[in-house]
Design a binder for this molecule. Structure first.
Ligand code: SF4
Ligand code: SF4
Ligand code: SF4
Length: 316
């Protein structure tokens, strides 16, 4: 897949079909990648596809002017479609290089399983439904359901729905739905008081860095409500009550746009389980409105219309 990606990307640049290629290159740390945005065809040999291509590259599209060739996993392609629905990008301005995606490895799960820091690991090799991890010359084998990100375990559409070039054979979702829901289910089993205390405790650690907002392709307002001073919705200091307000409003803003790409939770430097909010909202939107983000570029965005038969009597 990687070789094909490089060939296709080079051809797109050489033929003038795109001005930029947006993909992944190796990161400076072990087992990491970093986004590569380039106009230079000699850079395409640095493009990689591996189990560490975490970022949702749809996030860069609203900033780039011109024709863009963008690498997209299943969830990323849905974010792109969602941006098209919101008129933030135009389908004709991009070539989507689709990756059938078997899932992304969560290094924090690997660290917990092995008891080693990621820098101490020698190798991580994925084969079939197992991952073999080597540290200090010792090999340990784990099921992929133990090491993938929670959102990848619950991924419904790992093969991009919207693409121009599909770089491999379509792949099926991993059978990991119950593992993916474990944290959310634990919260649902709590009493409202326990849940309140859980979020008070979690959100007390928020430093309001806004990484969760900044990595999210669905968070694209030019001026976010958190930066408004008239009215001032939130105090700039990270009090837990304001942190809670931030997350509640952000979740409502991305309802119907969130594709469960998992980027907000991954980017949080203090490990707040943000997916427990976003995935729950995703499921609520699906259940009440029969709407999943980024499935149909011709469909109207969720929040721009309502039907007479919808349940909210107060709207009528
Ligand atoms: S959510 Fe699905 S498409 Fe996205 S990275 Fe995980 S497995 Fe791949
Ligand atoms: S990424 Fe985490 S710490 Fe930063 S604002 Fe979001 S929740 Fe708070
Ligand atoms: S809210 Fe989180 S999971 Fe949803 S699209 Fe944004 S970054 Fe991805």
């Amino acid at each position: 897949m990687e070789q094909r990606l490089r060939r296709e990307a080079k051809a797109l640049l050489e033929q003038g079909k795109v001005d930029y290629i947006v993909g992944f290159e190796p990161g400076s740390l072990k087992f990491t990648t970093t986004p590569l945005i380039t106009k230079d065809k000699s850079d395409v040999d640095r493009l990689v596809i591996n189990p560490f291509i975490v970022n949702n590259l749809a996030n860069f599209l609203t900033e780039l002017k011109g024709q863009v060739g963008v690498v997209a996993k299943g969830c990323d392609s849905r974010s792109i479609v969602s941006l098209i629905q919101d008129n933030k990008v135009a389908r004709e301005d991009m070539v989507i290089l689709g990756i059938p995606c078997p899932g992304i490895i969560d290094l924090s799960k690997v660290e917990k399983l092995t008891g080693k820091d990621r820098d101490e690991l020698d190798d991580i090799i994925w084969g079939g439904d197992k991952v073999v991890i080597t540290a200090d010359g010792k090999r340990s084998e784990f099921s992929i359901t133990e090491v993938l990100f929670d959102n990848c375990l619950g991924c419904e559409l790992p093969t991009p729905q919207e693409y121009d070039i599909l770089l491999g054979e379509p792949t099926l979702p991993v059978a990991g739905r119950s593992a993916s829901q474990a944290k959310i289910d634990r919260l649902k089993e709590m009493t409202p008081q326990q849940r309140w205390e859980f979020w008070e405790n979690e959100l007390s650690r928020c430093i309001r860095c806004y990484a969760c907002r900044n990595v999210c392709p669905a968070c694209f307002c030019q001026r976010c409500f958190v930066e408004e001073s008239e009215p001032q919705w939130l105090m700039p200091v990270p009090r837990w009550q304001d942190n809670l307000t931030f997350q509640v409003i952000r979740n409502i803003h991305v309802a119907g746009r969130c594709t469960d790409c998992g980027e907000c939770e991954r980017a949080c430097p203090v490990n707040i389980p943000l997916r427990s909010l976003t995935r729950e909202m995703y499921d609520i939107v699906s259940e009440i409105f029969h709407f999943k983000a980024g499935m149909d570029k011709e469909a109207a965005p969720l929040m721009t219309h309502y039907e007479q038969e919808e349940a909210e009597d107060f709207i009528r």
